[in-house]
Design a protein around this ligand. Sequence first.
Ligand code: HEM
Length: 521
Amino acid sequence: MVGDLVLSALLILLASLLALVLSHFLPLLLNPKAPKGSFGWPLIGETLRFLRPHASNTLGTFLEDHCTRYGRVFKSHLFCTPTVVSCDQELNHFILQNEERLFQCSYPRPIHGILGKSSMLVVLGEDHKRLRNLSLALVTSTKLKPSYLGDIEKIALHVVGAWRDRSIIRARRHGRRWQGHSFLVIVKQVLGLSPEEPVTARILEDFLAFMKGLISFPLYIPGTPYAKAVQWLFSCLLLLTHSQARERISTTVKGIIEERRSAESCKKGDFLDVLLSTDELSDEEKVSFVLDSLLGVNETTSLLISMVVYFLGQSAEDLDLVKREHDSIRSNKGKEECLTSEDYKKMEYTQQVINETLRCGNIVKFVHRKALKDVRYKEYLIPSGWKVLPVFSAVHLNPSLHGNAQQFQPCRWEMPSKLPNAVVPVANGPDHDSSHSKPAFLALILFIGQGTSKKFTPFGGGPRLCPGSELAKIEAAFFLHHLVLNYRWRINGDDIPMAYPYVEFQRGLPIEIEPVSPESS
Ligand code: HEM
């Protein structure tokens, strides 16, 4: 009797295992025309190898091995799904441009739970369009507003001021300080709340808990070098606090919305007024919109700032050029005078440094999509329902697209108008034949379009191109202004930005700093 039971249990186990193995490998048999590649182990596929941490200015061994073995487009099994990975600039561009027609944004389920079902990164179709239009309106109304620029500059002065009387600092920690402050700026821009109001402190506290949960997400994958059992348990707990924090922020923001509605006359002229005046969004969507704005601003921008500090800390020559540019801007202004949008436009070399930082640093390594139907692209077939991952870092670090791709060379982004005969530079210009000389104005237009070009996509592309890209760049440029006017620095010891795949500095980026006078260079 017991023997029969054990036998049945064994048979069931065997059948389940067989079913698991079959369902894992069946898509391989059904889609012989999919790109070359391998599916790894049943269920986990090759996910653990794909997520293995590596320096963010390198491809990592997984992509290197697979591109060498199968080419720049290959199949794999990632995040429990059959996947096509694209390291090819043309295919990446095609995927991003065909959002909702052939491909669709498709982040893993746990991310939906974290961001909420109305988050812009999760919603699709018409819902996405409505939220996106609002987001673009927020950015357009914010980015060149003197009050916004003034607030950003105040943060820069505050963070740089905290470096006084110190010789070594952990730049990433100070970057996080920036994070806290820029959070206050966006809370002011979106919700009209000043930093002194108690409710702002409450939102900030909840938001930090929310962020911890979000950042701990990759720890969820057991077996990764950083997912020891304790960390795994810890991240489960964090995720719990995370969803509670999201609930609390949600309740607070709903309260603010209600309060503003009941006091109709009390319009503050901030973005919340715009948000409330639209009937197109439900309250849930409005709350989600606020969370998206806070989330977008926080992690990415402070990371960009830390990365700029990192790359310039290794290149005294570029640091000097940046300093000269900012000395010249400051020399035409009073010591205490605020930076303006005109000053920002003059920060040309700074823009080149920021672009090069984005190319080398790869803050967002890849994005998640899925194929809505069978897609034939050149010699590849991408089967319907498969996950598709356009990997931006692989294009940014491709030496045939960016000469000396491993090196930090801001001069590669030089404006074409400055080049002799306005020839569009080989590695710089967007997707066109660089061997042709073009009239200066055309070259300039093409250059301006480089933010969305095929070989440089730090902010994604197509209908989901990051709406906050310009805000992030302005913040980094203003910070750099006050930093280079006051300090010179270099990296203390080894620390590199690691892709986990979210990017972080292992040692918090310790740097040695030395005060300088505005004129010295
Ligand atoms: C260095 C800084 C930043 C980087 C590298 C970055 C990168 C990206 C990328 C690659 C995407 C595309 C995601 C996809 O296609 O699936 C994206 C989307 C998005 N970003 Fe950013 N971002 C940055 C800063 C910001 C800021 C400051 C904001 C907020 C104001 C923001 C808000 C958003 C939002 C709301 C989306 C979703 C857009 C959509 O789905 O239509 N980001 N970002």
